[in-house]
Design a binder for this molecule. Sequence first.
Ligand SMILES: [Ca+2]
Ligand SMILES: [Ca+2]
Length: 267
Amino acid sequence: MVAVTGRLTPTPSKSSPPGSTARLAGSISNANTGSTLAVPARVQLGNYATLAMPAAGSSYSLRAPSGSYTLEVSAAGYAPKTLTGINLAAPATAQRNVALSPLCTLLADDASAGLANFSAQAPWGLGTTRFVSAPAAFTDSPGGDYAANANTALSLVPLDLRDVTHARLKFQSWCDTEAGFDRGRVEISTDGSVWTEIWSCSANAAWTEVDLDLGALDDQSSALIRFRLTSDAAVQREGWSIDDLVLSGAGAVCGGVPDALFANGFE
Ligand SMILES: [Ca+2]
Ligand SMILES: [Ca+2]
């Protein structure tokens, strides 16, 4: 989540001769509703930064010497946005309004409702002895240790992420495998034949939160994500459990809303 607090670089000092700086002004809005934000937005122009506050209609104004700048805007609950090639010429004021897309949860699964969101290769299933949220987690080998030479996957149903950006996957991982030889792997694909590993674990038998950038799946009509356990011939252990999956992203699919949610500290 983007922090909106932090040290801000002051705008150029008052001692600058009159007319020596240009100004960039505008307002920040919710791309889905067109309305101003209910949370502060951080606006950064090169080295100069300010906050666009809800009480001020999410408007901002920054001064900077003439030049070409990158404008970065971020706010809690929204995907950040970067605009390049902002050209300023003193003493003129340039106008730039920025619309931010709200972030939201696209899919959440705490393993309490079976395997409906997945295609599971045996023996992947629900484990009820080790979980973060009761009563279960997904696990590669519910009956005990995984097999020798295992290569089995738990695959999320294909997801339509057209018009979605900033996709991320968060989950809890308990990865009790033989160090270095047996692994849990997260892989993504857009065609089901070429898979890219974006994360893996081995010998980490402790609940660990994993937070992965799924940007490679942004705008894909068939986004595929799978959890695959592989092992070699010798030494087997309990295996890989995963729980509390949350897939999030930004876009029209999110509707207008998360302002109130995020302002209250959700996420
Ligand atoms: Ca659970
Ligand atoms: Ca092994």
